[in-house]
Ligand binder design. Structure first.
Ligand SMILES: Cc1cc2nc3c(=O)[nH]c(=O)nc-3n(C[C@H](O)[C@H](O)[C@H](O)COP(=O)(O)OP(=O)(O)OC[C@H]3O[C@@H](n4cnc5c(N)ncnc54)[C@H](O)[C@@H]3O)c2cc1C
Length: 401
């Protein structure tokens, strides 16, 4: 079926909605399709968003989706020590992803995009200057013809696979519950590193003084393994166990795709967000990076469609532009992830202890940036801090920069 759309965006998550909005704002006729019957559900996220992430998405921290504000982190190592990182001001928001996602989808619709729910993309074929997208809408098979398809279809992107761009190679299983939890201070998230969450970390993100999102991701093949670690964190970590009220109010399971695809474009196709592995390998946060890339994807897709040049060469502009903005940070993030994941508990304890000094904590407060960790690492290597640096920290810096 020939459609009137220049661009079809597959997936109405934050990245799909942002890409659709930008494509519409740049003059394209846009359709966004979503396989679920509801936007923002089921939720597969902690909903911790930096101030910059909200800015990048073009939304203000409105009361209808912001549940809490946080200004720092308490990092717990296996020896029971705690590294307090105080940003001194609001650094991030804890949001309702359901309402946040709906806000972004509404903005796409206001910009002129159309949306089709209950519509699943199941096939993609390149035909001359257009793309034939096979979908199942409300149980009915249809073929939609368009000039550019943006695959914003999340961690196990079918569009990337069908376009011959492969899949993100490393997907960390993540698991989380929302539960009653007496936070020591709801202005701070708590992080748990070392063998309690091997290869990544655990977290407690307070929604308020009595409820928190408690989860972890690990560097392991299967999510059952992650569930075992979460149960152990809840039961055996005395700090967590003494605050956790038992039971679950919500349960989230998902994958965190780290390490971007080597190519995020093909003739008539762009891939963005989790589908492209555009996620911070240090934190697993994908909204900020996804939004940066979605905006470029929307803009390039619209321009290429309106010029009637949707060749791979034309669409390569997207790949070049997002890598210029984020490529180095994601590559450094991957090295940090690999280095930290390889540390023994004793080495991780020592690393955190070496940072737990007044001058280092001041540096962290001044330069810590959850979206750009490389800025802090460079500052920490300042000679003024070097007397505190242990061998493991030097090795860390050497491996990462
Ligand atoms: C446990 C966990 C915690 C996380 N916590 C955070 C956090 O605190 N902060 C943060 O920034 N990031 C976090 N993330 C990552 C964040 O959730 C993702 O980076 C973000 O959702 C990516 O957005 P997206 O639009 O690319 O993909 P998604 O949000 O996954 O959206 C993809 C959409 O595409 C739809 N879709 C898929 N296939 C099809 C198809 N064939 N046809 C039609 N529609 C389709 C899906 O239904 C979905 O709605 C977390 C991830 C996990 C797993």
């Amino acid at each position: 079926m020939k459609t009137e759309y220049d661009v079809i965006v597959v997936g109405a998550g934050p990245v799909g909605s942002t890409a659709a909005r930008y494509a519409a704002q740049h003059g394209a006729r846009v359709l966004m399709i979503e396989d679920h019957a509801s936007i923002g559900s089921p939720v597969g996220c902690t909903g911790l968003l930096s101030k910059r992430a909200l800015e990048e998405c073009g939304v203000r921290p409105a009361e209808n989706f912001v549940l809490n504000k946080v200004r720092g982190a308490l990092v717990h190592s296996m020896d029971g020590a705690c590294l307090p990182i105080d940003g001194k001001e609001t650094k991030a928001y804890v949001v309702s992803r359901k309402i946040f996602d709906r806000t972004l989808a509404s903005m796409a619709l206001e910009a002129g995009a159309d949306i089709s729910m209950n519509t699943q993309a199941v096939g993609l074929e390149n035909k001359g200057d257009s793309q034939l997208l096979s979908v199942i809408r409300n149980g009915v098979n249809l073929q939609l013809e368009t000039k550019v398809v943006i695959g914003a279809d999340g961690v196990r992107s079918g569009i990337a696979r069908m376009a011959g761009l492969g899949q993100v190679r490393k997907i960390l299983p993540g698991i989380q519950i929302e539960a009653t939890y007496r936070s020591a201070d709801p202005d701070f998230v708590e992080l748990f590193v070392g063998s309690q969450a091997p290869g990544f970390f655990g977290w407690v993100v307070p929604v308020n003084e009595e409820i928190a999102r408690i989860g972890l991701a690990i560097d392991c093949e299967n999510s059952e393994c992650a569930l075992d670690y979460l149960e152990r964190l809840l039961k055996n970590n005395t700090h967590v166990a003494s605050r956790y009220g038992g039971g679950k109010l919500d349960f989230v399971i998902g994958g965190i795709p780290i390490g971007p695809l080597s190519k995020t474009y093909a003739k008539g196709v762009l891939i963005a967000g989790d589908a492209a592995g555009q996620i911070k390998p240090t934190s697993g946060g994908g909204i900020y990076t996804g939004a940066v890339c979605a905006k470029i994807a929307g803009e390039v897709a619209a321009a290429a469609a309106l010029e009637n040049d949707t060749s791979a060469d034309r669409l390569a502009e997207y790949d070049r532009r997002w890598r210029t903005k984020l490529g180095r940070e994601l590559a450094i993030g991957m090295k940090i992830h690999e280095f930290l994941g390889g540390l023994e508990d004793k080495e991780m304890n020592d690393l955190l202890a070496s940072m737990n000094k007044p001058s280092m904590l001041e540096t962290i407060t001044a330069y810590g940036d959850m979206d750009h960790p490389s800025i802090l690492i460079k500052k920490m290597l300042n000679p003024a801090n070097s007397r505190h640096l242990l061998g493991v920290f030097r090795a860390f810096a050497k491996a990462v920069l």
